[in-house]
Design a protein around this ligand. Structure first.
Ligand SMILES: O=C(O)CCC(=O)C(=O)O
Ligand SMILES: [Fe+2]
Length: 226
């Protein structure tokens, strides 16, 4: 399941991030990738140990984990500290799949990557190209969101970032391990949750709404791995 989460960062936060990121040093993005990724990855990132990556990453992680839509769609158990990347001058990230098990060099925390997230920090008008293209059984989905918005997609999907042929595309990206490893199960829980919320808004906590809420929790109890 792919989900667009609007307004994870405020316009003020985005402005501050961009100012700080414009004054910092970037390293070759191949620093943090396996052999297959290195062949197709052409971008720049903040070095893993960079204090700025930690400072801004903490803000991104806090904003995302406070988002009800992120929680309901990712059902996060653990979230790795966010990274930051930049593409310009034709840079791109060719077709790849994110590694299944990731260790953060800073915290040495290891997790199974179930959910990938990109938080856009450049507005679509600022650059040409740079679409995140995610493949699934329904085809290829192009994503290019306003600054401050996030896209959540299964780490099990093949994806790429198209060449940025004008301007600069800056983003933050991160991996989460979900309490529910299977994307199809997560998608069903998300749909159930969203529909229960609609029913609750229409009917309050009617007996049926309470029953469905119980059903949601019993499915989560059956599927969650902690
Ligand atoms: O820049 C993005 O939106 C995604 C980056 C990516 O796919 C990766 O670093 O694995
Ligand atoms: Fe990726």
């Amino acid at each position: 399941m792919m989900l667009h989460i609007p307004g994870v960062l405020t316009p003020d936060q985005v402005r501050q991030f961009r100012q700080r990121l414009a004054q910092t040093d970037w390293v070759d993005g191949r620093e943090s990738v396996g052999a297959q990724g290195a062949q197709v990855k052409r971008n720049r990132q903040l070095a893993e140990g960079s204090p700025l990556a930690k400072e801004l990453g903490d803000i991104v992680a806090r904003a995302l984990t406070a988002s009800p839509l992120f929680f309901a769609s990712a059902l996060p158990l653990r979230v790795l500290p966010p990274y930051f990347n930049s593409y310009a001058g034709g840079e791109q990230y060719g077709l790849h799949i994110d590694g299944a098990v990731r260790t953060d060099g800073r915290t040495l925390q290891t997790l199974r990557a179930d959910v990938s997230t990109t938080v856009f920090l450049s507005d679509p008008e600022e650059y040409e190209g740079g679409e995140l293209v995610v493949m699934d059984s329904y085809g290829a989905h192009e994503v290019k969101l306003p600054a401050g918005d996030a896209i959540v997609y299964p780490s099990s999907s093949v994806h790429r970032v198209m060449p940025v042929t004008r301007g600069e595309r800056v983003a933050s990206f991160l991996w989460s391990q979900s309490m529910v490893r299977d994307d199809a199960k997560r998608a069903m829980l998300f749909e159930l949750d969203q529909n229960i919320q609609k029913l609750r808004a229409q009917h309050g906590d009617s007996e049926a709404v309470v029953g469905l809420t119980g059903h949601y929790h019993n499915l989560l109890r059956m599927w969650a791995e902690l």
